[in-house]
Ligand binder design. Structure first.
Ligand code: TYD
Ligand code: MG
Length: 464
C-alpha cells in the first residue's frame, strides 16, 4: 500500500511545486531552490476562516452595487512618524496587511517599536515576537524610550495561538516580528519554509480583514534582497515596504515596493542614532554634506522621489584601462543606462571612453532610477575625463536621448525650487523646460541655463 504521507518539492523563491526533485525551478528559473516538504492533506481547522462546503452554499454574500459600497470610514492611523506615514500614503489603513522587509540588523524591529510608542497611548497594540525574549524587547524599548499604556507583548511562534489571542484581545494594531519564525502546526514543514510562510500569512490576513485590524509583518530578505520565502507573499499583502541602506552609514531608506493604498514612489529617510531611528526631513542636505570642493568628477543631480525632490551627488571616475576590455561599474545607478550614456557621449558628443575604466557612484547608498539623472551622470563622467571641476554652485537635471539631445523632464519647477533652497544658484536644465518656469517664484540670484545638447551643458557647468 502506498504511504499516505506524500512529499512535494517546493521552490523557496517562487513557490512553484513539483512532485519530483529537479535542479532548476521551472517557475522562476533559479537553480538549487527546490526543497522537500511533506504534503499536507489534513483539512485546516474550521476556526481559522475556512467554512465547510454545506455552510458555503448558504453563507455567500450577494453582489453589491458599486454605488452602495461605503468608503466613508477608510480610516488611517497616523503614526506621527512623518517619514513612515508618507511611505504608507498617509498612515496605516485599517484592516491592511503590511509587509516590512530588510536585511538583518537594518532596524525593522526598531522602527516597529517606535511606531508602537507613537500609537500606544491611544490604540491597543499587540507586539508578537518570535525572535526575541520579553526581556530583550523590554531592554530595547527602554533604550528607545518607549513608554505607553496599551502596548502588550507576546512571545509566541504558534500562529494558531497568535490568531486566538488576536481574536480574543481584539487589539487595534498587531505587529508580527517575524513571519519566518511563525509556525502552523497542521503543516509538517519547518518554520520559514514556503508553505509555512504562505499559510501563516493567510491566517493573519483572515484575522486582519475579518476584524479590520491592521497587521504589520516583518519579513527577512535573502541574499539577493528579495523577501525570503515565496514571491506569493508579496501578492497576499496590501503593502510591501523595504528598509534599505548601507550598514556602514547611519541612514536608512524606507521604500514602498507595493502599496494598494498609496503611491510607490515615496521614500522615507531615517537616521540610526544611539536612541533609535530619527527622521531626516531634509535628506538632500544630509546627502550633500561632505561634498568635496573643486574636485573633478562630481556633479549634483536632482531626482524626484514621489512628490519630493531629492538632491544627490553623483561621482564619476574615468581612468586609463590596463586591459583590452575596460571595466565599467555603477553603484546606485542602472548599469545599462550608464553604458548607454557612455555610448551617446562617444558617438554624439565626441568624448571618448572606449579605452578607459569608468565608475559611477551615487553617494549615500541611494538608488536613482529616474531618467532626469542622466545629465548629471554624463556631466560627472566628462568632468572626470577632462579633469575639470564643475562649478560648486551648479547642478544639472535632464534626460539624455540617443541623438545626444537633452529632453525635458517632469516637475522642473519643484526641482528648481528645491535646488534654490539648498543654495544652488546655477541650474542647468533642458531647454524645453525653460519656457514653463515661473521665474517670479524664484529668488533673484538664480541663473537658469536651458541646454539642448551635451556639449552646451558641460560648457555651462564649468564656466561662470
Ligand atoms: P534591529 O531593529 O534589531 O534590526 P532588525 O530587526 O532589522 O534585524 O536593529 C538592530 C541594529 O540597530 C543594531 O545593529 C543596533 C542598531 N541600533 C542602534 O544603533 N540604535 C538603537 O537605538 C537601536 C535600538 C538599535
Ligand atoms: Mg529584528
Amino acid at each position: 500500500m502506498a504511504s499516505k504521507v506524500k512529499s512535494v518539492f517546493v521552490c523557496s523563491e517562487c513557490g512553484w511545486e513539483s512532485s519530483k526533485w529537479v535542479g532548476k525551478c521551472q517557475g522562476c528559473g533559479q537553480w538549487n531552490t527546490m526543497q522537500e516538504e511533506l504534503k499536507n492533506t489534513a483539512k485546516p481547522a474550521a476556526s481559522f476562516g475556512y467554512t465547510s462546503k454545506a455552510e458555503k452554499a448558504y453563507s455567500y454574500t450577494p453582489p453589491i452595487s458599486m454605488r452602495e459600497i461605503d468608503t466613508t470610514n477608510e480610516e488611517r492611523y497616523k503614526t506621527g512618524l512623518k517619514e513612515f506615514d508618507r511611505v504608507l500614503g498617509g498612515g496605516i489603513v485599517k484592516g491592511s496587511l503590511v509587509l516590512l522587509g530588510g536585511d538583518p540588523g537594518i532596524g525593522k524591529s526598531t522602527i516597529l517599536l517606535q511606531v508602537c510608542n507613537k500609537l500606544g497611548n491611544d490604540l491597543k497594540i499587540l507586539y508578537v515576537s518570535g525572535e526575541e525574549s520579553k526581556r530583550q524587547i523590554k531592554l530595547r524599548a527602554n533604550r528607545l524610550g518607549v513608554d505607553c499604556d496599551n502596548l502588550f507583548v507576546v512571545t509566541e511562534t504558534d500562529i494558531e495561538i497568535v490568531s486566538q489571542i488576536i481574536q480574543s484581545e481584539k487589539p487595534d494594531l498587531v505587529m508580527i516580528d517575524s513571519i519566518q519564525t511563525m509556525n502552523f502546526t497542521e503543516l509538517s514543514s519547518s518554520p520559514g519554509s514556503v508553505t509555512q510562510v504562505r499559510e501563516c500569512t493567510n491566517i493573519l490576513m483572515r484575522a486582519a480583514k475579518a476584524l479590520e485590524i491592521p497587521v504589520m509583518i516583518v519579513g527577512h530578505v535573502n541574499k539577493d534582497g528579495a523577501i525570503a520565502g515565496p514571491k506569493v507573499l508579496e501578492h497576499i499583502v496590501d503593502a510591501v515596504l523595504h528598509f534599505e541602506g548601507d550598514k556602514q552609514m547611519s541612514y536608512r531608506i524606507l521604500r514602498a515596493v507595493k502599496n494598494r493604498y498609496g503611491s510607490t514612489n515615496e521614500i522615507g529617510v531615517f537616521q540610526m542614532t544611539n536612541d533609535g531611528l530619527s527622521e531626516v526631513e531634509n535628506p538632500s542636505m544630509m546627502l550633500l554634506s561632505g561634498r568635496p570642493r573643486n574636485v573633478s568628477g562630481t556633479c549634483v543631480a536632482c531626482a524626484m522621489e514621489g512628490t519630493r525632490p531629492i538632491l544627490a551627488e553623483i561621482q564619476g571616475l574615468v581612468t586609463g584601462s590596463g586591459y583590452g576590455n575596460p571595466r565599467r561599474m555603477s553603484t546606485g545607478f542602472d548599469y545599462n543606462r550608464m553604458n548607454l550614456i557612455l555610448a551617446v557621449l562617444e558617438k554624439r558628443a565626441g568624448y571618448f571612453f572606449s579605452s578607459a575604466d569608468t565608475y559611477i557612484n551615487v553617494v549615500g547608498g541611494l538608488r536613482l532610477d529616474e531618467p532626469a539623472v542622466d545629465l548629471a551622470v554624463a556631466m560627472s563622467l566628462i568632468s572626470s575625463l577632462k579633469d575639470v571641476a564643475i562649478l560648486e554652485n551648479a547642478l544639472a537635471f535632464g534626460e539624455i536621448g540617443l541623438a545626444g539631445e537633452i529632453r525635458g523632464v517632469s516637475q522642473a519647477q519643484a526641482r528648481i525650487s528645491e535646488s534654490a533652497r539648498l543654495g544652488f544658484t546655477k541650474i542647468i536644465l533642458p531647454y524645453q523646460n525653460l519656457k514653463n518656469i515661473k521665474q517670479s517664484q524664484l529668488p533673484d540670484n538664480i541663473e537658469l541655463v536651458g541646454v539642448r545638447n551635451i556639449r552646451e551643458a558641460f560648457g555651462a557647468m564649468v564656466k561662470n
